[in-house]
Design a protein around this ligand. Sequence first.
Ligand SMILES: [Fe+2]
Length: 223
Amino acid sequence: MPMNPFTLRGYAMKEAAMREYKVKHFQLKGLNGISDLQIETHLELYVGYVTNTNRLNAQLNELAGSGRASSPEYAELTRRLGFEYNGMRLHELYFENLTSHFVELNHDSLLYERLDDAFGRFESWRRDFVAVATMRGVGWAALYEDPETGRLSNHWITLHEHGHPAGFRPLLVMDVWEHAFMVDHRPTERERYIDSFFANVNWAEVEHRFGCREHDGHMSTHT
Ligand SMILES: [Fe+2]
């Protein structure tokens, strides 16, 4: 006899609820132009996303367990997953791609070469990234790699969940919500924050993400 799909969903949610996400820790004191208090405040917000992701999974598990997986409440909480999950993971990617030991991206690196190829010049890529990051609205700017083709492209993500190109690999992630700079700058000074962001990019981490493509077995022959 086939199993009720909602029962299957219930098992999946129970498993998710049992594997709680842990808060990651980042050593980001002494950044250039981004104060310790700014980072501390931002990390507190990040913890909220981890907490809410775990809470959401627990609530969904409870609803599924009590036979209410087809309820509107279950549907709305499920829709909320994208916001909380991405809020958690994007912040982790963001903090991981910052460092107080800044070193420019090596001009001889494969990533530099690919950015040169994709945008004409590395500086053109950066100008495009900044253009995306200064778009009006609340969200994120991200450099992605398409694993199918190896193409690099900049994207805007509204809130935390709208605009991710499906299956693309995030290489460089920048939070441009106002809470990312409001301790140090006024809301109208996003450009100053962007300058500071680029003075603290952990290019070694970005290159590591870029290099991971060689190990996942999905690289296309079109590159
Ligand atoms: Fe943030």
